[in-house]
Ligand binder design. Structure first.
Ligand SMILES: [Zn+2]
Length: 459
């Protein structure tokens, strides 16, 4: 046996030697303290009662497993009134009481647990010379998470829902938006559950949530002092969809043509005529390609309709044509093939709203809700109404617009906060993507405690 003083796992201990035993390294270490303080009464004692030996798994050496054989003193308490007769020398730097591995190894076990979970973690750790069972990894993970979540303080909370299975059963995720980490995962999605969680965290000052009324109500009940911020992304998405619907010539939900279809072709023809000579051929090619695409879409649409008229089911049509069943069902609801209306609407939107930004949209948005209760046509609506739309269609679209405006007006303070506050639920959405990944890695077998352990405090 040869002394290697540089191998000490922490200060306060002396390495006696290192030896190779059956493919493993065994480091013998002894405590150097000459006295200890009783944890019960605090009395200092130099009266050694004996020794105790503890085996701890440590970081591997040359890829081989390393075990630290630790010989520590056991002291006798001198205080006659103390309930403890003897006490062990504590080693806060090396390992937790009754631990089987050193602190630095336990940290790695936790990191592997967070990163890859139980069984993959077990395989990786064995290969790296730190064998630990999947149960050990998960137990360590859950223990650390319980200790961490008890002392977490949160000022800005992002709240959103996630699904156990698509469309059935939802849970709630709470993210600390300042530290960009998951704080809690709740098993359900309800106003009461959210209010209950927030009431246990009175330090929350700002709640960023989606436009679902449940979380708004939960925040009002559980943290009435907190400022609510509507999610900017969903706000803009709803607004964009409303504007797009106003701009499209065929309503996406019904496929009703609002303007003659030849109008687009005329525009393309005019564009070709106006193009410079060099670009003329390119423009003509694009026009022909678009025409061919439209024709092919029409052919497919006609075929699907013919099969449907011949009482072929959507599943059989999907099998015959090679399209997805959902696409077939969607197409069967239309009376004309849905085309590039969305793209065209976007192009029109870009043309009419140059330099559209959140700030400028905020400016446009503010007068909008106020104008709705007076039943006036909102400025945005009047601006974007497609020319030549039928009078009934105008009224329908006005109602749509008014409904969107009323919804925004109802949530006005949170919507305005979304325009002025830097907080948004983008980070929460990102954490939900991670939650989904972790959930799928576990093949649907994980319960809530494990999901919490894998996500809470993960770096
Ligand atoms: Zn004592």
């Amino acid at each position: 046996m040869q002394t290697k003083s540089g191998w000490a796992p922490a200060r306060g201990v002396q390495v006696l030697g290192a030896e190779r035993v059956g493919g493993r390294w065994l480091i013998s270490v002894v405590g150097r303290q000459e006295a200890g303080s009783c944890p019960a009464c605090g009395e200092r004692s130099t009266l050694r009662h004996g020794w105790y030996i503890q085996h701890l798994q440590d970081l591997p050496v040359q890829g081989a497993v390393m075990t630290v054989k630790l010989r520590m003193s056991r002291w006798r308490c001198r205080n006659a009134e103390c309930e403890r007769l003897t006490f062990a020398e504590p080693l806060p730097d090396i390992a937790a009481p009754h631990a089987h591995r050193t602190r630095r190894t336990a940290e790695l076990v936790e990191l592997f647990g967070h990163g890859v979970g139980g069984r993959p973690g077990e395989r990786l750790m064995k290969r790296l010379g730190m064998p630990a069972s999947d149960d050990t990894i998960l137990r360590q993970l859950k223990r650390q998470v319980a200790a961490r979540s008890a002392k977490t303080a949160i000022r800005v909370a992002g709240i959103d829902d996630w699904s156990w299975r698509k469309g059935c059963g939802y849970g709630t995720i709470v993210v600390n938006l300042e530290r960009r980490e998951v704080v809690d995962v709740l098993p359900n999605r309800s106003a009461a559950g959210t209010a209950n969680w927030l009431s246990k965290h009175p330090e929350v000052e700002i709640v960023s949530r989606d436009r679902c009324g449940l979380y708004a109500q939960g925040a009002r009940e559980g943290a009435s002092h907190a400022r609510q911020v509507a999610d900017r992304f969903h706000l803009l998405q709803n607004l964009r969809e409303t504007i797009e619907t106003q701009l499209t010539r065929a309503d996406r939900s019904t496929g009703r043509a609002l303007l003659p279809t030849s109008d687009g072709e005329d525009e393309s023809g005019a564009a070709i005529a106006c193009s410079p000579r060099g670009q003329r051929e390119v423009a003509e090619h694009r026009h022909l390609a678009r025409q061919a695409q439209r024709l092919s879409r029409q052919t497919i649409f006609d075929r699907i309709r013919a099969l449907h008229d011949a009482r072929v089911t959507a599943c059989d049509i999907a099998r015959k044509t090679g399209f997805g069943r959902r696409s077939i069902t969607k197409w069967l609801r239309l009376i004309a093939p849905c085309g590039a209306t969305r793209r065209r609407a976007k192009a029109m939107l870009a043309g009419r709203l140059p330099g559209l930004s959140v700030a400028s949209l905020g400016g446009r948005l503010r007068p909008w809700p106020r104008s709705v209760p007076r039943d006036q046509t909102p400025r945005l609506h009047r601006q974007f109404l497609p020319p030549g739309a039928a009078p009934g269609e105008v009224a329908r679209r006005q109602r749509q617009c008014a409904a969107s405006g009323a919804q925004i007006a109802k949530d006005r303070r949170a919507v305005l906060a979304a325009m002025t506050e830097p907080w948004s639920n983008g980070q929460t959405e990102g954490q939900i993507t991670k939650l989904k990944l972790v959930k799928r890695q576990m093949y649907g077998r994980a319960k809530l405690d494990l999901l919490q352990a894998r996500l809470i405090g993960a770096a």
